[in-house]
Design a protein around this ligand. Structure first.
Ligand code: AMP
Length: 403
């Protein structure tokens, strides 16, 4: 079965076409600047040169049409005709409390995703445009949705409730949802497979450290707690997001600086984190480079980033009454040996012993970077959210065909 995975944003759409018999990517690409002039399509067929085209793409329906044209092109396509696409899987950021696993798209599911627009106003409407565009272009193809929040629905209420008046939870569903769930779920499964241990009996902390960053405490194979909250702003210090701060700072700053709600939101989401402290960049590579060249603010940003991550790892070890596996993933987690070293060196009391040579090695595969004697296994696991979306979609469609 061939499965098309789509991640639709408000002005962009990323795609991968998988052959599920081998889990191989046949082609991938992205459409950028949807709705603006000069939209760009970048198509990367496996084993063939990249193709780039610039044209006017005013909406998601046209974007999906361009994608299917690319995929079936005789010269640089990956399939002979559209019938070969047997299922489409979508990434959806917010599944609220309604979805604790991936589901096939039905009219009820669409209605529920619309109800959740309030909780993810920037993301869910764009995902819905992607789903509708597939409805139009591939009307008979089953679709599935895979939610960033679903994996964390297993959290107990002690983890997901905020200590504020409970009427706010009842009325507005204000609670911790957590994000990056597809990644935390994928890497925890990969880590258990690598260590040949049943995930259901492990105490694992997964650190998804990219531009956005979150940690998850995974107890007996289920998310027990996670650092992102009702929105992806809470938790770790990130590229441009503040992460945790005293909530009283918000009204204080609004008052002192005469900021509107939108302005303070933008300050905390787009102008904080590593960018604000380093004064250089939100990009870990640039910050590390500046730090190595002696820039004091870059060093402070790096040190704060590490310090806050260490605090979460310690907190989650306490929350689970122990930890046996620590996993690093995503752009920074997979690639920055310096970050991993700084974090692990500061939490040796947990039984973590880093092997510096293993840590310095670069590889695209899952690998262990702790010493053989380390009580806690430390792994680097490349994340692959698209593959998990493709797998869930494949399994749901297969199940529905056999029932
Ligand atoms: P992501 O959001 O997962 O794509 O991760 C993006 C982040 O990963 C950026 O901060 C990049 O600077 C960082 N990153 C990517 N490659 C490296 C690297 N080789 N060393 C350090 N950071 C990296």
């Amino acid at each position: 079965m061939k499965v098309l995975v789509i991640n639709a944003g408000s002005s962009s759409l990323k795609y991968q076409l998988y052959d599920m018999s081998s889990e191989e990517v046949l082609a991938s690409g992205r459409v950028e600047r949807i709705g603006m002039d000069s939209s760009i399509v970048t198509h990367e067929p496996s084993g063939k040169p990249e193709v780039r085209s610039v044209s006017e793409i005013l909406d998601h329906v046209t974007a999906v049409k361009r994608v299917t044209d690319m995929l079936t092109n005789p010269e640089y396509g990956a399939i002979a005709n559209l019938d070969e696409i047997e299922a489409v899987g979508h990434r959806v950021v917010h599944g609220g409390e309604a979805f604790s696993s991936s589901v096939l798209v039905t009219p009820e599911v669409k209605l529920e995703i619309r109800r959740l627009f309030d909780l993810a106003p920037l993301h869910n409407p764009a995902h819905m445009m992607g789903i509708s565009a597939v409805d139009t272009n591939l009307p008979n193809v089953p679709q599935a949705v895979v939610f960033d929040t679903a994996f964390h629905q297993s959290m107990p209420n002690t983890s997901y409730l905020y200590p504020i008046p409970t009427v706010l939870y009842r009325r507005h569903k204000i609670r911790r949802y957590g994000f990056h769930g597809t990644s935390h779920s994928y890497v925890s499964g990969q880590a258990a497979d690598y260590l040949k241990q049943p995930l259901a009996s492990m105490k694992m902390i997964t650190c998804h450290i990219g531009n956005g960053a979150s940690c998850a405490a995974i107890l007996d194979g289920k998310s027990f707690d996670t650092s992102m909250g009702m929105t992806p702003l809470e938790g770790l210090m990130m590229g441009t997001r503040s992460g945790d701060l005293d909530p009283a700072i918000v009204p204080f700053v609004m008052n002192k600086e005469e900021l509107t709600l939108n302005e303070v939101n933008s300050m905390l989401n787009k102008h904080s984190g590593m960018l604000a402290i380093s004064g250089i960049s939100s990009d870990m590579r640039e910050v590390t480079e500046a730090m190595n060249d002696g820039d004091k603010n870059a060093k402070l940003a790096f040190d704060m980033y590490v310090y806050r991550l260490k605090k979460y790892i310690g907190a989650y070890a306490a929350a689970m009454n122990g930890v046996d596996t620590l996993v690093f993933t995503a752009g920074v987690g997979e690639n920055s040996a310096a970050l991993r070293k700084a974090v692990c060196e500061g939490i040796t009391f947990l039984g973590i012993e880093l092997d510096e040579e293993r840590n310095a090695l670069r590889s695209k595969d899952t690998r262990e970077i702790s010493t053989d004697a380390s009580k806690v296994k430390v792994l680097v696991v490349p994340t692959n959210e698209e593959l998990l979306i493709a797998r869930d979609t494949y399994n749901l469609v297969k199940q529905s065909q056999s029932s």
